[in-house]
Design a protein around this ligand. Structure first.
Ligand code: ASP
Length: 340
């Protein structure tokens, strides 16, 4: 399986998704033993990565950092543009071209759309093209989050027919939420998925995404009534208002309470449904729900680290070695049994 840049969800097909999901499960199993974790760490100890995160990030940054460490990759980071030469007026392309001469991988988060794509194109045209991973680009995309979301859905429904045929409700500020956009694009790879967009007026899914779904014959509906949707969804994907993108205090009209999962709402949700959230959470999910067996968001965050290990191992072409190692040490059923 070949993978180089990870820039947007549209680049992934079903074969790649299935492969990355099973590889994620294998690496988390292998990492459980000291011998396995030493093996993983020696795979890429000759590689270096640059984590260029100039927009706030906690989970994504730390899970990429830990994913690199699991594979033995050394990292360097920039988290504040005021500490880089961009501040002196340096063009971002020049800055990243410089970084690319020190490292073998760039993971980048920016507050603007399309930046990772432009940097990847730019580096491709140099004599040192290195892979670029988009770790969140403005309001547009967050493909590694979508991959971990698919992995979470894949694990949740592995004994219930998989993701095919499921109804997934996405709730909140869908107009500016990059995680829901990237996850929607991935749904092109599954059969008969139904999407239900639950958002206040003015915060609905944007036309470009709806056009994509229509072209791909992916069923979707739009509503502002969360309670009505609860009994019929297999997965509920809650999100927060993205008020950092406000231009004119638009978020003041977002009635957060109507798009919150209250404790009493649990009774309306199916027993086998799953509740997800990319985090950070504000009030979208009552904290008393955290102990419910349907609450999947903490596992979702943990799944993110393993999916990022799988992604990086595939990019550097060491996934085959890891799969061979796992097959030598574990039986097939042991490899499926990885716990939370
Ligand atoms: N952490 C996610 C993101 O970076 C979700 C969020 O911030 O609401 O997009």
């Amino acid at each position: 399986m070949k993978l180089f840049h990870v820039l947007k969800s549209q680049q992934f097909d079903r074969e790649r998704l299935d492969y990355l999901c099973s590889l994620s499960t294998v690496v988390r199993k292998v990492a459980k033993s000291r011998a396995g974790s030493d093996f993983l760490r020696s795979r890429l100890s000759h590689r270096r990565a640059m984590l260029y995160f100039t927009q706030p990030s906690t989970r994504t940054f730390l899970s990429f950092l830990n994913a690199c460490q699991i594979l033995g990759i050394q990292t360097s980071e920039i988290r504040d543009p005021s500490t880089s030469s961009e501040y002196k007026g340096e063009d971002l392309k020049d800055a990243l071209r410089t970084f690319s001469s020190y490292v073998d991988l760039i993971v980048m988060r920016t507050n603007r759309e399309g930046v990772a794509d432009r940097i990847a194109d730019h580096l491709d045209a140099t004599d040192r093209p290195i892979p670029v991973i988009n770790a969140g680009s403005g309001k547009d995309q967050h493909p590694s989050q979508a991959l971990l979301d698919v992995y979470t859905l894949h694990r949740s429904f592995q004994f219930k027919g998989g993701i095919d045929g499921k109804t997934i409700a996405m709730v909140g500020d869908l107009a500016r939420g990059r995680t829901v956009r990237s996850l929607c694009y991935l749904m092109k790879n599954y059969e008969d998925v139904r999407l239900v967009f639950v958002s206040p007026h003015g915060f609905g899914m944007l036309p470009d995404l709806k056009e994509f779904l229509t072209k791909r014959s992916i069923a979707f509906e739009e509503t502002d009534d969360l309670r009505d949707v609860l009994p019929r969804c297999d997965a509920l994907y809650m999100t927060r208002v993205q008020d950092e993108h406000d231009v004119d205090d638009e978020s003041h009209s977002f009635d957060a309470d109507r798009f919150t999962l209250h404790y009493d709402d649990l009774a309306r949700l199916r027993e086998d449904a799953v509740i997800m959230h990319p985090l950070p959470r504000r009030q979208e999910i009552d904290r008393r729900i955290d102990g419910d067996s349907r609450a999947m968001y903490w596992r979702q965050a943990r799944n993110g680290m393993w999916m990022r290990v799988a992604m990086i191992a595939t990019i550097f072409d060491v996934a085959g070695e890891i799969l061979d190692h796992a097959a030598d040490v574990y039986t097939t059923s042991e490899l499926r049994d990885v716990g939370p």
